[in-house]
Design a protein around this ligand. Sequence first.
Ligand SMILES: Nc1ncnc2c1ncn2[C@@H]1O[C@H](COP(=O)(O)OP(=O)(O)O)[C@@H](O)[C@H]1O
Ligand SMILES: [Mg+2]
Length: 329
Amino acid sequence: MKTIAFFNNKGGVGKTSLVYHLAWMFGELERRVVAVDLDPQANLSGMFLDESRLSELWTRQDKKTIDGDIAPLFEGTGDIADCPHLERVTDRIGLLASDLALSRREDELSAQWPKCLDGDTRAFRVTTAFARLIARAGRIFEAELALVDVGPNLGAMNRAALIASDYVVVPLAPDLFSLQGLRNVGPTLKTWRHAWKERVRNKPRDLQIHLPAGDMEPLGYIIMRHAIRLDRPVRAFARWIEQIPGEYTKSVMGEEHVPSTQHDDDGNRLAHLKDYRSLMPMAQEANKPMFMLKPADGVIGAHQRAVQSCYGDFRNLARDIIKRLDKNK
Ligand SMILES: Nc1ncnc2c1ncn2[C@@H]1O[C@H](COP(=O)(O)OP(=O)(O)O)[C@@H](O)[C@H]1O
Ligand SMILES: [Mg+2]
C-alpha cells in the first residue's frame, strides 16, 4: 500500500474536498482505498458520514475513531489497537475517522519527538502511532492506497502524519498566501524527512515495530481554482499561477535551477481543478461526491454536463496519480 498525504499549511484551499472526491474516484477505478482523517476538525469524516453515524462513533465508551485507537498508547495502558476501527463507506472505501479529541495528542507527540534521538522505545511507538495504524488498517482492508487529510499547520501531529506518508500532494490556491505557503511547506518537509532518518538510525535494538521510511516524496501540486477571491480582477490570479511552477520547483523539490516552464505543461502540476460552484453544496446535501449527482438530486440541464465534466476531471487526476505511483515503483 502507498500512503499519500494532502498537505499545505494554508487552510480552506480544498484539501478535504479533494481527498473525499479522490477516494470515491479511486473506488470507481476499482482501487481499494483507506481515507484517513487526521484533522481534529473531522471535516472529512463529516463528508463521508451523516451526523447520527458520527455521533455513534464518538460515544465515549469504545470510541471508534483514530483517537480511540491510539488512546491506550497515549494514556500509558498499552499500544495502538490491533484492529483499528475502519468505517466501511463502500466495498472499496474504508475510513479512519477523526474527532476533536485528537487535538489533545499534539503535546505528547511533540514531547516524544526529541526522545527518539535517545533511542527511547516509547518515543518511537508514539511517533509512529499513525503510521502503524494506517498500515494495519490498509492490511485489514487490503487497500492499495491510503489518502491522508490533515489540518493546515506545521505541528507535531502533521509531522507524525507525514512520517506515515510515502508521498505528498500539495493542493494550493493561485494567490499570494499559497505561494508563501509553498515557501514553508517545502523546507518543512525537508527538515522532517532528515530529522526522521536521523531518528531511525537511533532505533533501539529491542524495538519490535516496523518503522516507516518517511519519504514524503512530492508527487505534484493541484491548483484549486475555486479558492480564488472573485472580487479580484482575473489578471491578478493569472500572475500568481505563473509563479507556481518556479516556486514549487525551488521550495518543494529543492532544485536550484528553475526551468522557465509555462504552468500548463509543468510536469509537477497534477491538475488545475475548476470551481464547481453549486455542485459542491448539492453534493454535500446529497451526501455523495459531485460527480455522482443524479437528476433525483436536482441536477438537470447545464448541471448534468457539469457533473460529467467533473467526473472526467477527477478520473484524469486519479489516473495521473496512479501513473506517477507506478513510475516510482
Ligand atoms: N473544486 C471546488 N469547487 C467549488 N467549491 C469547492 C471546491 N473545492 C472545495 N470547495 C469548497 O471550498 C471550501 C473549503 O474546502 P475544504 O475542502 O474544506 O478545504 P480545506 O480542507 O483545505 O480547508 C468548502 O466550502 C468546499 O465546499
Ligand atoms: Mg480540511
